[in-house]
Design a protein around this ligand. Sequence first.
Ligand code: SF4
Length: 440
Amino acid sequence: MKKLYIETLGCQMNKSDSERIAGILSHFDYVETDVEKEADLLIINTCSIRQLSADKAYSKLGVWGKWKKSRPELKIAICGCVAQQDKEKVRVRAPYVDLVFGTHNIYQLPELIKKIEENEKVCAITNNPVVCNQNDFKILRKQDSVNAWIPIIEGCNNFCTYCVVPFTRGRERSRHPEEIIQEAKNIIKEGFKEITLLGQNVDSYGKDLKDKNITLANLLRDLNKLDGEFRIRFVTSYPSDITDDLINAVDECDKVCKYFHIPMQSGNSHILAEMNRHYSKEQYYEIAAKIRKRFPDVAITSDFIAGFPGETEQEFQDTLDAIDELELDYSNTAAYSPRVFTKAGKMIDKFIPEDIKYERLERLNEKNREVCLKSNKKFVGKVLNVLVEGKTEKDGVIVLNSRAGNNKIVHFVDDTKNIGDFVNVKITKAQTWCLYGESV
Ligand code: SF4
């Protein structure tokens, strides 16, 4: 057996890809290890959403390159969005890399691995995905987790002006529902208690397939019919692609969590247009209101960018106001980072000075902390059904770490419960990032 170490940067889609990579390589006698130094094959699965993530990938390659000097048989590979973006250029910065493979080439790994084992240097980057029935390969899911990811659609057609994803992941491609349902059945049989359907734009699921009945709403209905005690989530939603039928499906399906992650990115319609987001501030408000009306305990979380090129102080203030007015439950925040290939990356004359950008990010984070605490306080006294994800010991007491359907983190003590149990918990205390409660 040969040892494989994978370092994964970035989003859930990358984490899911890494599980697939480990699964494919297990067919070729590779076993995963957590100890980098004992690996025969090192893979870094990269993210290029921000410059910082891309720099991190090259810095890790630098460390591995030094190891290879004393262990020339060590194989080093890079995949993910930086590989897709930089292609052969990776080897200009890191000539010791044996294999560069793109986001479309994961299922080509059997032949690529053979080549590098024969000491060939390989760069496999295609613009179209190498297709196969994904269920032909094992997926080595993280067994200590209660949640399993299923990518249902990859790529994006939206071309937001700040985002590199359409260039690194390509256009939208949906998987066939039969393949997804089979994967879900396997997951349930393996004992996982939560399935998260993944897509860069998950609500677009099915639009590229001929059968117009293939939609995210209908997929949720089909998955909801499967036997077993488990729940279903889906991320990430694009505001104007959330249909009434999707909201109806979430309502009808008892296993589907009442939780929506809907990136707004800016609370100002002019900036949204500059970002090429296909909705106005008012349209986002309408969608959020519709969801809140239907699901009283729903959580709506979002993403925001501080300091998009040309953003004025007033336009930034509109974002802070929107977070307040929408009573968002949590937001991921980031300072704008120019990316290659993107339109906004070329708006150099409109770039916001770094100090202003980071000062805005700090105010955005402060607003986020404020609304999170306010959101959490709404749940004190309520009973939430949670799934136990882990345990930690505090002062000799075992505390259960769990997540409610609406994605709220809940800690409680109950030595009769275990990881993977669903428990009703009455919330007794709220803090900024979590809730505390007692099982009932
Ligand atoms: S919707 Fe926009 S931000 Fe999201 S992946 Fe597509 S292009 Fe990127």
